[in-house]
Write a protein that binds this ligand. Structure first.
Ligand code: FE
Ligand code: FE
Ligand code: ZN
Length: 291
C-alpha cells in the first residue's frame, strides 16, 4: 500500500490535531512533523486530549498513525563532541515526547564533524547514540538520514551509516531514512535505483529502511548541495521519483515530501500527492519560484 504525506506543522495549542488536519487537507495518509521549531529548544507539554482527538480523526480519515514520524531538531549534532552533552540530553527528551505522543520513529541527521574529521565525528555519534539508548528505554526508533554531504556532514555514504550502526550496541533500535535529494547530491545515481537499492541492501540491509523523503533536487548528482526542488522540476524528475515511490520492495515504507513552498507561500503537497497517486505529471508551477 502507498503511504504518502509531507512534513506538516505542529503548534502549542492544537498540537498533533493541527498536524493531522493539515495532512488530511493534502490528501495524505501519513505525515512527518517537528515537535517545535527545529532550530530552538522551546517545547510545550503534550496535551493528551489533543492527541486523542487527533487519533480519532486519523482513524476516521484513514491516516496510518504507525507510519507517522517526527524529525529531530537540527540543533542536535552528535558528531560534534564539543556539544555532545546537549545533544544527548535534548535527543533523549525528544524521544520521550515522541513516546508520549505514540510516535514510532524519529528521523535524525547523523551530524557534522565541523572540522574534527569523519572518523572522530562517527565515533562521537556512536558514543552519543549509545548514551541516548542507555537513557531512553522506550520503543521509538531512530532513523539515521542519508545526507547530501554538504560541508562536513556525515552520512553521505551507506558505508558511513553502516559504521555508525556497527558501533551502536543496541543497533536494532536504529534504522535509515533515505532522502532522494540527498542521495542524488551525495553522488548516487537514482536513475538506476535498482542498483542503488542493491548496494544499500548489501551494506545495510533493505529491512533497515524506515522512511523515504521524496524530494527533487535543484542540483546535479554529486554536487553536495542539499537544495530540495518540487517534484518534476529538478534534476531527478517525475519518472525517476515515481519509480522509487512505487518500488515493489518499498511498498509499505512511508514516503514523505519535503519540497519547497511555491513563491515561499503555498504548500505544494496537495498537488504533488495527487500527481503521485495518479502517476501523472501536471506542470502546476512552471513560472513560480520554488524557494
Ligand atoms: Fe532531514
Ligand atoms: Fe530529508
Ligand atoms: Zn535536505
Amino acid at each position: 500500500m502507498l503511504y504518502i504525506g509531507s512534513h506538516v506543522s505542529f503548534d502549542k495549542k492544537d498540537q498533533l490535531l493541527k498536524s493531522t488536519k493539515e495532512a488530511i487537507s493534502y490528501g495524505a495518509n501519513t505525515f512527518m512533523f517537528y515537535t517545535g521549531a527545529p532550530q530552538n529548544t522551546l517545547r510545550y507539554p503534550i496535551s493528551d486530549e489533543k492527541t486523542l482527538e487527533a487519533l480519532m480523526l486519523m482513524k476516521k480519515e484513514g491516516v496510518a498513525f504507525d507510519k507517522v514520524g517526527v524529525h529531530a531538531p537540527y540543533i542536535i549534532n552528535l558528531a560534534n563532541r564539543d556539544n555532545l552533552e546537549f545533544g544527548i540530553r535534548f535527543l533523549t527528551e525528544e524521544l520521550e515526547r515522541c513516546q508520549e505522543l505514540g510516535i514510532k520513529y524519529m528521523i535524525l541527521h547523523p551530524g557534522s564533524h565541523v572540522g574534527h574529521g569523519v572518523e572522530e565525528g562517527i565515533q562521537s555519534i556512536i558514543d552519543g547514540l549509545n548514551r541516548v539508548f542507555l537513557n531512553y528505554h522506550g520503543d521509538v526508533k531512530i532513523l539515521l538520514e542519508t545526507m547530501a554531504g554538504k560541508g562536513t556532514e556525515i552520512g553521505r555514504t551507506f558505508e558511513e551509516l553502516k559504521e555508525i550502526m556497527d558501533g551502536v550496541t543496541e543497533n536494532e533500535r536504529l534504522g535509515v531514512c533515505m532522502d532522494t535529494c540527498h542521495m542524488n547530491d551525495a553522488g548516487y545515481d537514482l536513475t538506476d535505483f535498482d542498483s542503488v537499492l542493491k548496494e544499500f541492501d548489501f551494506i545495510l540491509g533493505i529491512n533497515k529502511i524506515g522512511c523515504i523523503h521524496i524530494n527533487d533536487s535543484k542540483n546535479e548528482r554529486d554536487s553536495h548541495k542539499d537544495r530540495h526542488e518540487n517534484i518534476g522540476y529538478g534534476t531527478l524528475g517525475f519518472a525517476t521519483l515515481l519509480k522509487i515511490i512505487y518500488h515493489p520492495s518499498l511498498d509499505d515504507i512511508p514516503k514523505i515530501l519535503e519540497t519547497p513552498y511555491i513563491n515561499r507561500e503555498f504548500a505544494p503537497y496537495k498537488e504533488e500527492i495527487e500527481m503521485i497517486r495518479n502517476q501523472t505529471y501536471v506542470d502546476h508551477w512552471r513560472d513560480s519560484i520554488h524557494s
